[in-house]
Design a protein around this ligand. Structure first.
Ligand SMILES: C[S@@+](CC[C@H](N)C(=O)[O-])C[C@H]1O[C@@H](n2cnc3c(N)ncnc32)[C@H](O)[C@@H]1O
Length: 237
């Protein structure tokens, strides 16, 4: 295959997602329950990662074996629970950042209910401020918050050397802004009431993607999975 993305229709894309999910190791029942709960409870539940993304997080954590995980954008705690699940062997510390008071309450409740407070630490407040207070290194960093903040977050992560030089793995997600990063005509299915929001995200993310690949300190790969994922690692000195 010389191209990188199959030309799926909307309907086929749904079937592909379902096919991949059912042929992947299933997320644990507790995580599934929290995902279903979040989907039913919050009107903006589409901010949450998919079940397959949760399975990818668990797989990635088991593969990378991080000792410290940093997540920017907690929402209801689903992804932090996935990082927790994937790091049962390494007993990693998981630091997750969240700004919204409503989601802070929801995720604290979930962390208590699922008994993960021994390793999951939620830091409240704007991520740009919190990042400046963090010290030490993280072996796995997941950036999944406000899209107009990605450029600043990754710059701070690199400038402050929060990303460990060894076994480092930093992923940013939702890079395609539902397709609108690629072009305003690329996502006719995005509803009018959220279209301007995603167009603005797409513009910010295009700037982030374009400038990051020019940063001489890092290797970057942008992958056409989910809503776009980039993986970032330090170049060998
Ligand atoms: C896409 S959701 C995160 C989804 C979650 N990681 C998951 O996989 O289910 C983004 C979250 O980032 C939070 N957020 C937005 N701006 C933020 C900021 N400046 N600082 C910290 N969190 C922020 C939002 O409140 C929202 O809960």
């Amino acid at each position: 295959m010389l191209g990188s993305v199959l030309p799926f229709t909307e309907d086929v894309a749904d079937r592909v997602g379902e096919y991949c999910e059912t042929r992947s190791t299933q997320i644990p029942d507790a995580l599934r329950k929290h995902w279903e709960y979040t989907r039913g409870k919050f009107s903006d539940a589409d901010k949450m990662s998919s079940r397959l993304q949760g399975a990818w997080m668990i797989f990635t954590a088991k593969d990378r074996k991080p000792k410290r995980v940093l997540e920017i954008g907690c929402f209801s705690g689903y992804s932090a629970l996935a990082w927790y699940e994937g790091t049962k062997d390494t007993q990693a510390e998981i630091v997750t950042l969240e700004l919204s008071p409503k989601m802070i309450v929801a995720s604290r409740k979930a962390f208590q209910e699922y008994g993960v407070e021994d390793r999951v630490k939620l830091i409240e407040g704007p991520a740009d401020q919190t990042l400046k207070t963090l010290t030490g290194e993280f072996d796995l960093i997941f950036v999944d918050a406000n899209k107009d903040g990605y450029e600043n977050y990754v710059k701070t992560i690199l400038d402050q050397k929060l990303l460990s030089p060894t076994a480092s793995f930093c992923a940013t997600t939702v890079l395609f802004a539902r397709g609108l990063t690629i072009g305003p005509d690329c996502a006719p299915w995005v509803n009018d009431h959220v279209r301007q929001y995603w167009l603005n995200c797409g513009q910010a993310l295009d700037g982030f993607n374009t400038r990051l690949v020019q940063d001489p300190r890092v290797h970057v790969i942008v992958l056409p999975v989910f809503d776009g994922v980039s993986q970032i690692k330090w170049k060998e000195s």
